[in-house]
Design a protein. Structure first.
Length: 146
């Protein structure tokens, strides 16, 4: 389904999953500012650029060191053209209703631009995590289940 590319990235047939960089601010702002994307996230409102620039992106970058290899949020881009598709993330549980103290578990999340909804990217990107376990996390609760 995919292969490791190296340097904190991996590829599927159509996407490159890589660590975020400061240069991704504009498109991350557009993604988090899209009302359709944010409709069922947090309070359902788009996130202002000032918040993405001051908290969201710096938090994503900081987590690479804090969480260990393979965990955190990863930018998803089109392999052929490099266009941003959204992001996928695997990290300790933080959503409402999840057991935040559960050891050895992780929460899979993603956000994609509406232009790519319905094209199988969520399945492709989410499924890639099952082949990309993190030794530093030690989780055996990968998605999708066997």
């Amino acid at each position: 389904m995919g292969r490791t590319v190296g340097g904190g990235s991996c590829a599927t047939d159509r996407t490159l999953l890589r660590r975020f960089a400061a240069a991704d601010l504009d498109w991350l702002t557009a993604l988090h500012g899209d009302p359709g994307v944010m409709r069922y996230v947090d309070d359902g409102r788009p996130v202002p650029r000032s918040v993405v620039a001051a908290r969201t992106l710096p938090g994503i970058l900081r987590e690479y060191a804090e969480l260990g290899d393979g965990l955190g949020y990863y930018a998803a881009t089109d392999r052929a053209e490099g266009a941003p598709l959204g992001w996928f993330g695997l990290r300790p549980p933080s959503s409402a209703g999840l057991d935040h103290a559960a050891s050895g578990t992780a929460e899979l999340g993603y956000r994609l631009f509406p232009a790519v909804w319905g094209r199988g990217y969520a399945t492709e990107g989410g499924g890639r995590w099952s082949a990309w376990p993190s030794p530093s996390w030690g989780s055996n609760a990968w998605w999708p289940p066997p």
